[in-house]
Design a protein around this ligand. Structure first.
Ligand code: ATP
Length: 291
């Protein structure tokens, strides 16, 4: 699975040299929402993808999303499943605003996402990837990464690490929270890196969560610790999870089946199974998403 692109780089590519919205497709420049409006809309409103079409800039002839409609209800979990190449990661990239829809729109509490400043939007969204990016600083600094120093105390970091099931392994490291994680977190196992990323997201406490669930095999204990931490992280947040595990799918409030750039089915696990279509066959082969 490819990594998501660097948001700053994308901002340059998509929106011009200053990373700000260009007024090419509407007059949003003059009416960007204030930081507090962005926060309160993100906390209180549904996120709707409305007839979203999208082609990547380098392949303008290929329409990846072809009129996708999906509502993420505020404070609930939507699992996005579907075959490889269906467009699941592309949906994530649009929600993260690495790209903008080529047609259609995304709204938050009824407001067009293009009227939100990108950096304010980034503050209200946490993205947890399969392969979290760790920096070669200490474990504690990795958890607090991106948050202002005067805002995060060591106690806050420890509290987040405990909720992420990371505290126990951290205190067993040679220098505890001050242990350097090595280049790209190389001194930690995959499951440990994921729990650091979950702790970071818990500390950020953003109301919107985008989760790309890991497919790589973790050992059973590590997997249970990660799953448990993720359930804690999702609680009460508007969550979209690209789900690979049946347990995540079954516990989601709704499941959206993505196929060929559209939502081809929406409902609970049992309702979708009953239709005996693509969803049932994905579950049958345990391949809710393919790598
Ligand atoms: P998977 O489960 O395999 O990750 P997916 O459902 O997440 O698949 P996407 O990653 O959204 O699917 O890809 C949808 C289509 O978009 C694929 O055909 C892919 O090759 C194409 N695609 C993805 N990223 C780019 C890009 N940066 N430029 C051009 N095409 C891309």
């Amino acid at each position: 699975r490819r990594n998501l692109p660097d948001p700053n780089l994308e901002a340059l590519l998509v929106n011009g040299s200053n990373g700000k919205m260009q007024p090419k497709s509407g007059g949003y420049m003059s009416s960007l929402k204030s930081a507090s409006d962005v926060r309160s809309l993100a906390r209180s409103g549904d996120i709707c993808l409305e007839d979203v079409h999208f082609s990547y800039p380098l392949r303008p002839d290929v329409e990846i999303l072809q009129g996708l409609d999906l509502t993420l209800k505020c404070g609930t979990v939507t699992a996005l499943v579907g075959p490889s190449g269906a467009g699941k990661s592309t949906v994530v990239q649009l929600l993260a605003r690495f790209y903008e829809p080529t047609r259609g729109r995304i709204t938050v509490a009824g407001e067009d996402l293009r009227s939100f400043d990108k950096s304010e939007w980034a503050r209200v969204v946490s993205i947890v990837n399969q392969e979290p990016v760790l920096f070669s600083v200490s474990v504690g600094e990795n958890i607090a990464y991106g948050l202002p120093d005067d805002y995060v105390s060591r106690d806050d970091v420890i509290k987040a690490a405990k909720a992420a099931n990371a505290h126990e392994f951290i205190i067993s490291l040679p220098q505890g929270y001050d242990t350097l994680v090595g280049e790209r977190g190389g001194l930690l196992s995959g499951g440990q890196r994921q729990r650091i990323a979950i702790a970071r997201a818990l500390l950020k406490n953003a109301p919107i969560l985008i989760l790309d669930e890991a497919t790589s095999a973790l050992d059973t204990v590590s997997e249970r610790l990660v799953q448990d931490a993720l359930s804690r992280l999702m609680k009460g947040r508007t969550t979209l999870v690209i789900a690979h595990r049946l347990s995540t799918v079954q516990n989601a409030d709704q499941i959206a089946l993505c196929s060929e750039g559209k939502i081809a089915g929406l409902g609970t696990h049992s309702a979708l199974l009953e239709k005996k279509g693509l969803y049932a066959s994905l579950v049958g082969t345990q391949r809710l998403a393919f790598e």
